[in-house]
Design a protein around this ligand. Structure first.
Ligand SMILES: C[S@@+](CC[C@H](N)C(=O)[O-])C[C@H]1O[C@@H](n2cnc3c(N)ncnc32)[C@H](O)[C@@H]1O
Ligand code: SF4
Ligand code: SF4
Length: 381
């Protein structure tokens, strides 16, 4: 990290530190004063690709149509951003997920409004339609962070998982264009290169991390492959990691890369859970994680997701996607997100999330050590 960047990062990080202190006080005293430091907006929306591990890749007919539509419409995003600002103030991560966001003609308005409100807006893209103009506009509008999905530097591997003509070259060009543009505008935007770990690309993550993990403001994230419900069994069979020892070796190599200063976004707990999860369910037979009843180690602390995270999932407002909603953003227009967050039903459901011991795929958002949060923030801010 360049020392000259430190004052900007500290200024940007102060609101998060304030939220962290409020969360700690809320978890340890009877007084609840926390506000979300991250809001996740998940909704159905169109995508321009058909990756084999994704529902967009294998759902057809009505099921596919359901994926690309949502009661939470594009137009509701501006109200959502204003209400998030009212509840959380500046310095809040707003993470958007809906199909392929770059295909929405509204995405620039969202980035711009978020920038004006001081919210840190981010989403993940396949990067296929990124061009000079889009890169320039995203950086100018103040996009905080962009996830870029890439399964391998080798097109022969990447394009098995992500079949798209010249997709690997296009995704790599997206990364290049954004790095060039932020240099040209001298503005900051961080990139998070995300790789799903599967049986056919497991070691590819190490090559990706070596290529990008030492560039300022770039982090690389390994994500465990989720054998989703309804996924064709041939795809599960192809992608599930069969040899836990091989996965263990890769997690050891990830630890070594971290020691060497490569920016890999995976806590020690997450690396251990990847191996544990694979040992418990090697072939994905137990289906999606929320159907599995694999529990975390008894020594792990209680889950504090409901203290500092909030979801708007297809319009439902939730403290965790695996627990009951605390409100409905689409239907309950008489209530703001702030009112829902401090409501009696939120208090009750928050108690349930604290008691939850599920080994879930939201593990990277659960209580992570404050030093890890600060170090991650300093890398991406
Ligand atoms: C659903 S995509 C949406 C954003 C964008 N279209 C993209 O591909 O980056 C978000 C992330 O989920 C990952 N993903 C998709 N299916 C998955 C699965 N079955 N298991 C784990 N991660 C998956 C993708 O690789 C991507 O990084
Ligand atoms: S580009 Fe993203 S949303 Fe589209 S099919 Fe691939 S993983 Fe799914
Ligand atoms: S452990 Fe996982 S499923 Fe349970 S409340 Fe926490 S984040 Fe949600």
């Amino acid at each position: 990290m360049k020392l000259t960047a430190l004052p900007r990062k500290v200024a940007r990080g102060l609101p998060y530190l304030g939220k962290e202190l409020r969360a700690i006080a809320s978890d340890r005293t009877p007084f609840f004063m926390a506000v979300p430091r991250a809001v996740h907006i998940w909704r159905g929306a169109p995508c321009n690709a058909k990756c084999i591990m994704c529902t967009y890749g294998y759902f057809k007919g009505d099921k596919y149509r359901e994926l690309i539509s949502s009661p939470f419409t594009d137009e509701m995003m501006l109200r959502a951003l204003r209400e998030i600002h009212e509840l959380c103030g500046r310095g809040t991560l707003v993470s958007y997920m809906g199909g392929e966001p770059t295909t929405s003609r509204h995405v620039l308005e969202w980035i711009e409004l978020a920038g004006e409100l001081g919210l840190d807006f981010r989403f993940t893209t396949n990067g296929y339609i990124m061009n000079e103009e889009m890169a320039q506009r995203f950086v100018t509008a103040g996009l905080f962070n962009l996830g870029v999905s890439l399964e391998s530097l080798d097109p022969k591997i990447n394009e098995i998982i992500r079949p798209y003509k010249d997709g690997t070259a296009k995704t790599l060009r997206c990364i290049e264009l954004l790095l060039q543009e932020r240099g040209r505008q001298k503005k900051h935007i961080s990139l998070n290169i995300k790789t799903v770990l599967t049986d056919i690309n497991l070691e590819s993550f190490l090559d990706i991390a070596k290529r990008f993990g030492k560039i300022e403001g770039v982090i690389c994230t390994p994500q465990m492959f989720e054998p989703l419900e309804d996924m064709p069994s041939a795809t599960k069979e192809l992608l599930c990691i069969k040899d836990t020892e091989r996965l263990r070796r890769v997690t050891d190599q990830i630890r070594e890369l971290k020691r060497q200063g490569y920016a890999v976004h995976a806590t020690e707990q997450a690396l251990q859970e990847m191996v544990r999860q694979n040992l418990a369910d090697k072939n994905g037979k137990a289906s999606t994680m929320h159907k599995k009843q694999i529990e975390m180690n008894p020594s792990e602390p209680e889950c504090n997701i409901g203290t500092d995270n909030l979801w708007i999932e297809h319009g439902l407002v939730e403290l965790c996607p695996y627990h009951a909603p605390i409100g409905n953003f689409v239907k309950e227009t008489n209530l703001t997100l702030k009112q829902m967050w401090y409501s009696e039903s939120a208090r009750r459901i928050r108690a349930q999330t604290r008691a939850c011991r599920r080994l879930c795929t939201i593990s990277c958002l659960r209580r992570t050590p404050i030093l890890h949060k600060i170090s991650t923030f300093l890398k991406i801010a």
